[in-house]
Design a protein around this ligand. Structure first.
Ligand SMILES: [Zn+2]
Ligand SMILES: [Zn+2]
Length: 369
């Protein structure tokens, strides 16, 4: 089969000939790849800062954001049939029998740091014509979401983040949903960054009842600001409103959802977090030298304002299920906006422009059909 991957030992990003997979377990499902989304992680792997091939292979097939169609099921498969659309998750459990999270199918919290990740870390990804996986790592996609379901994986970042927010706010005796209201009702949320993870996060926060703002660098008007405001979220440019004025504009900030991966702005905005607020970090910056931060102001706030800072990586089965559910809501409420997140669909031959060329648009997708 044709596949696109990296050969780290030779610092190459290239088209590969990759063997077609077959079912080797009763719970296996074979999937025809339909769409694969490209993100910053793929582009970073193509600069060889991380990304490791599986043992015995000199290359790693890229791609961790995928949608596919089931073409074959093993004798033990219960959840899927041929023709179903599915989205696979990314992380696979470590082999350590003592890893409590992995043994409970919560490898997103793996405690041994020896997990694998499809398309990223020691496990081939989805940027190829077919792939096989255990049914437990797949989530069913309703046919009406076929055109946008490639957005599920980046949306799971927000879904797991939100699940962590609900758990964190259980520390407040009155925390939790009021009858008949979404859980974020009456709360203000600021999303840091207007990339795909940020915009999908803003949609998820809005659906969950938060009064939501996106805080990003570019001045208005710009296409991302127009998109965000088309679904009722106010866009604020950091070039026009500084961090000191952010809380004056928003009101008390109950939640900041960081989706920018840049440490300077991430820690600067932490100063604006409100009383009893939660700060969720999702970005993974490249290693860089230390930078100055307003440490005493931040530490005073964290203590005196009972703030919580939570990191979140990867996603569990519930986050995938919630992402499908919320994507269905986005599709009903904002069909045009959610489609606009997908900048363009490309053929596999276009891989070089997408992976090592200048970044453009919001979410570029490689389509296999
Ligand atoms: Zn990604
Ligand atoms: Zn583990």
């Amino acid at each position: 089969m044709r596949a696109v991957g990296v050969v780290p030992s030779r610092k190459e990003v290239r088209m590969l000939e990759h063997p077609a997979p077959s079912l080797s377990h009763a719970n296996h499902v074979k999937i025809r790849t339909l769409d694969v989304g490209i993100c910053g992680t793929d582009r970073e792997i193509c600069t060889f800062v991380y990304g490791a091939p599986p043992g015995g292979s000199d290359y790693l097939v890229l791609g961790h954001e995928a949608l596919g169609r089931v073409v074959e099921v093993g004798s033990g498969v219960k959840k899927f049939k041929v023709g179903d659309y599915v989205v696979p998750s990314v992380r696979r459990p470590c082999p350590d029998p003592g890893c409590v999270p992995c043994r409970q199918d919560r490898q997103d919290f793996c405690s041994t740091w020896t997990f694998t990740e499809r398309g990223i870390n020691q496990y081939h990804g989805y940027m190829t014509e077919y792939f096989v996986d255990d049914e437990k790592y797949l989530t069913f996609v309703p046919p009406e979401l076929r055109d946008i379901a490639v957005l599920v994986e980046p949306l799971t970042v927000a879904e797991k983040g939100l699940a962590q927010v609900w758990k964190t706010q259980q520390r407040l005796p009155w925390g939790g949903a009021k009858p008949g209201e979404p859980r974020g009702a009456g709360l203000n949320a600021v999303v840091l960054g207007a990339g795909p993870v940020g915009i999908l996060g803003a949609m998820a926060l809005k659906v969950n009842g938060f009064k939501t703002f996106v805080y990003s660098r570019s001045k208005k008007p710009n296409p991302k600001a127009d998109l965000v405001e088309s679904f009722g979220v106010e866009y604020i440019s950091s070039e026009e409103v500084n961090v000191e004025d952010l809380a004056k504009k928003v009101g008390s900030i109950d939640l900041i959802y960081e989706a920018v991966g840049v440490p300077g702005i991430t820690f600067d905005v932490m100063r604006a977090l409100g009383i009893n607020g939660v700060y969720v970090m999702t970005g993974i910056p490249a290693p860089k030298p230390p930078i100055p931060v307003a440490a005493s102001e931040i530490m005073r706030n964290v203590v005196l304002k009972n703030q919580a800072i939570v990191g979140t990586v990867n996603a569990d089965g519930d986050a995938f299920a919630n992402a499908i559910s919320d994507l269905g809501t986005f599709h009903q409420r904002w069909p045009k906006a959610v489609r606009q997140l997908i900048t363009a669909r490309h053929t596999l031959d276009n891989f070089e422009e997408l992976l090592v060329g200048k970044a453009f648009g919001i979410k570029n997708v490689i389509a296999f059909e």
